[in-house]
Ligand binder design. Structure first.
Ligand SMILES: Cc1cc2nc3c(=O)[nH]c(=O)nc-3n(C[C@H](O)[C@H](O)[C@H](O)COP(=O)(O)OP(=O)(O)OC[C@H]3O[C@@H](n4cnc5c(N)ncnc54)[C@H](O)[C@@H]3O)c2cc1C
Length: 485
C-alpha cells in the first residue's frame, strides 16, 4: 500500500488545481503554468480535449475532417496544453472538492488526496434530459452519446432517428451524413414560434455572423442530403415494448410514425452541477437557458473564496467562450495568489473580455431560438419515467407531492427519485420544473437536490488504498500512466 504522509504542509499544496481538460480547463492550465504557478489538472477521460475536442489527437476515424473545422481546431489547444508545465492526471475521477481546497479522486483503483490554494471547476455540461414516454427504453440515447461513440471509437448506428432541437443536434446529424451513414429522419422540435420570438435578439446575433452562417450551413447540409426533416414536431413518444422500435409525433397537423431501432434525442445542454451544488455555491435559475447555474463574477469567481468556475459548468457559453473564460479565471487566480498584479490581470484580460461581450450578446438569440418546448421538459403523462435510475414515473412523483413534498429533497425522501447512481443529474431539472408548476411558483423558489460527496460510487478497497499527493512529489508509481495529451 502506498505510504500516507501524515502531515501535509503549505508547500505540499498546489497553487491551482483544475478539474476538467476541456477548452476551459486546458486554456486555464496553459496560462497559469506559464506564470510560475504550480498547476495540476485532473480529468476523468483518458485524453485531454473535453466534449468538443474528444480524441482530437488520436481520432479512430480515417478522415477526422468529417467532424468539422471546429473540432480540428482543438489540436492547437491540446498541443499547447501538452507543452505546458502543468501536471496532468488523465483517467482520474474527482469525487470531492472542499471549500478548504481539498480534492479527493479515484485513479487506478486508488484514492488520491491533494490540496490547492485555488480550484477551478471546468467540468463542462451535460445534455438536458428529454423526459418523454419511452425515453428509458434500450435503443434510445442522447445524440451527444452517439457523438461520443463516434469520436471515441468510430462507432455509428445505421438509420437512426435524430429528434429534438439545437445546434449540437444538427452538427451530429451532419457528422453522420458526411460519413455516409443513412439517417431515417430528423424530427425537429424547434417550435415554429421561436423563429419569431428569437428576432428580439437579432441585433446581438449579427455581431457574430460566422456563427450564424455556421448554423445555416449545417441546416443546408442536412436538407441537401435528402433526409426527411419534420419541423415543428411535438408530442414525441418512443414506440416499443422491450426496446425502441420507432418514434411517434405530430408535425404539420398530422400524426407520424417513423420505424427505427435507434432514437437519438437532444434538446440542448445544461451545466454540470454536481460540484458547484455540493460546494454550496450560490446558484440561480437562468430563465433564458432554463437551467441552474452558479453565481459568479466576470472572472468566474464564486461565492466561496478558493473556488472559480469556467466554461459550460458556469452557464452554457460554447467552446470558444469556454476557452476565454478559462483564461480569465486563470488570470484572476494568479492575481489572488499574487503571482501577477491586478493591473497585469486586467491588461492581459482585455482581448478575451471584449470577445466575450460579443459572444454573450449572441447567446440569447440561440437560447430563444432553440428553447425546448415546455411539454418536452415538464411531462404530463403519468406513466412517463422521470427518474431513470430508480424508475420513478410522473404519477409516482405527483403522489409524493400530494403527500406533502414541496421541494426536491422532500420528494426524494418520499419517492426515492434522484437517489440512484446518477445522483439526480438526469431528473434534477425536471423535478425543479415540475414542482414549480405544481406549486405555481417560479423555479427559483423551488430549489434543487442537496448534493453531497462522493460524486461517484466508491469501493471500500479503493478508499483504503490511499495516497497523499504533494505538489513537491515526483510522480509516484500509481500515477505512472500520466500522458500528455
Ligand atoms: C455530449 C456532448 C457533446 C458535445 N459536443 C460538442 C461539439 O461537438 N461541438 C461543440 O461546439 N460543442 C459540443 N458540446 C458542447 C461543449 O460542452 C462545449 O462547447 C465545450 O466543450 C465546453 O467546454 P468546457 O471546457 O466547459 O467543458 P468540457 O469540454 O465538457 O470539458 C469538461 C471536462 O471535465 C471532465 N469532468 C467532468 N466531471 C469530472 C470529474 N468529476 N472528474 C474529472 N473530470 C471531470 C469531463 O470528462 C470533460 O473532459 C458538447 C456537449 C456535450 C454534453
Amino acid at each position: 500500500m502506498p505510504e500516507v504522509k501524515p502531515e501535509m504542509t503549505a508547500s505540499d499544496r498546489y497553487d491551482i488545481a483544475i478539474i476538467g481538460a476541456g477548452p476551459a480547463g486546458m486554456a486555464a492550465a496553459v496560462i497559469a503554468s506559464a506564470r510560475g504557478a504550480s498547476v495540476i489538472l485532473l480529468d476523468d477521460k483518458p485524453r485531454s480535449g473535453g466534449q468538443i475536442y474528444r480524441n482530437v489527437d488520436a481520432s479512430p476515424l480515417d478522415k477526422p475532417q468529417v467532424l468539422g473545422p471546429d473540432y480540428l481546431r482543438g489540436a492547437e489547444l491540446t498541443a499547447a496544453f501538452a507543452a505546458c508545465s502543468a501536471r496532468y492526471l488523465p483517467a482520474t475521477q474527482v469525487w470531492h472538492l472542499g471549500d478548504n481546497g481539498e480534492i479527493l479522486c479515484s485513479r487506478n483503483g486508488a484514492t488520491l488526496r491533494l490540496t490547492a490554494r485555488q480550484i477551478l471547476v471546468a467540468t463542462g455540461a451535460m445534455e438536458r434530459p428529454f423526459p418523454i414516454p419511452g425515453w428509458q427504453l434500450p435503443g434510445v440515447m442522447s445524440a451527444g452519446s452517439a457523438q461520443v461513440m463516434l469520436k471515441s471509437d468510430g462507432l455509428v448506428h445505421d438509420n437512426p432517428v435524430f429528434a429534438g432541437t439545437g445546434p449540437l443536434l444538427y452538427l451530429i446529424v451532419a457528422q453522420y451524413l458526411r460519413l455516409g451513414v443513412p439517417v431515417a429522419a430528423v424530427v425537429d422540435t424547434t417550435p415554429l414560434a421561436n423563429y419569431f420570438s428569437a428576432m428580439r435578439y437579432a441585433l446581438g446575433a449579427v455581431r457574430e455572423p460566422a456563427m450564424l452562417l455556421k448554423g445555416v450551413g449545417l441546416l443546408n447540409e442536412i436538407r441537401k442530403a435528402g433526409v426527411p426533416v419534420y419541423r415543428g414536431a411535438q408530442g414525441l413518444e418512443v414506440i416499443g415494448n422491450q426496446s425502441a422500435s420507432g418514434l411517434r409525433f405530430q408535425s404539420g397537423g398530422q400524426q407520424h410514425e417513423i420505424v427505427a431501432e435507434q432514437v437519438f434525442l437532444h434538446q440542448g445542454v445544461i451545466p454540470n452541477l454536481n460540484f458547484t451544488r455540493a460546494l454550496g455555491l450560490e446558484q440561480h435559475w437562468n430563465p433564458g437557458q432554463l437551467c441552474w447555474q452558479p453565481a459568479l463574477d466576470q472572472w468566474g469567481q464564486s461565492s466561496v473564496a478558493v473556488i472559480s468556475v469556467a466554461g459550460d459548468a458556469s452557464g452554457i457559453v460554447g467552446a470558444d467562450a469556454a476557452e476565454r473564460n478559462g483564461r480569465l479565471s486563470a488570470l484572476n487566480m494568479l492575481a489572488r495568489l499574487e503571482k501577477i498584479s491586478l493591473a497585469e490581470r486586467d491588461q492581459q484580460a482585455s482581448a478575451d473580455l471584449q470577445a466575450l461581450a460579443s459572444l454573450n450578446a449572441f447567446r440569447p438569440f440561440v437560447d430563444q431560438l432553440y428553447r425546448p418546448l415546455d411539454s418536452h421538459r415538464i411531462p404530463d403523462n403519468p406513466d412517463t419515467v422521470v427518474c431513470r435510475c430508480e424508475e420513478k414515473t410522473l404519477g409516482q412523483l405527483r403522489a409524493g407531492f400530494e403527500m406533502g413534498a414541496r421541494e426536491p429533497n422532500q420528494l426524494k425522501s418520499l419517492t426515492r427519485c434522484g437517489m440512484g447512481p446518477c445522483q439526480g443529474r438526469m431528473c434534477g431539472h425536471t423535478v425543479s420544473e415540475l414542482l414549480a408548476k405544481w406549486r405555481d411558483e417560479p423555479v427559483e423558489n423551488v430549489g434543487y437536490y442537496r448534493l453531497r460527496s462522493p460524486m461517484r460510487l466508491l469501493r471500500l478497497a479503493e478508499m483504503s488504498n490511499f495516497t497523499e499527493l504533494s505538489a513537491r512529489d515526483a510522480l509516484v508509481d500509481t500515477l505512472a500512466t500520466e500522458v500528455k495529451p
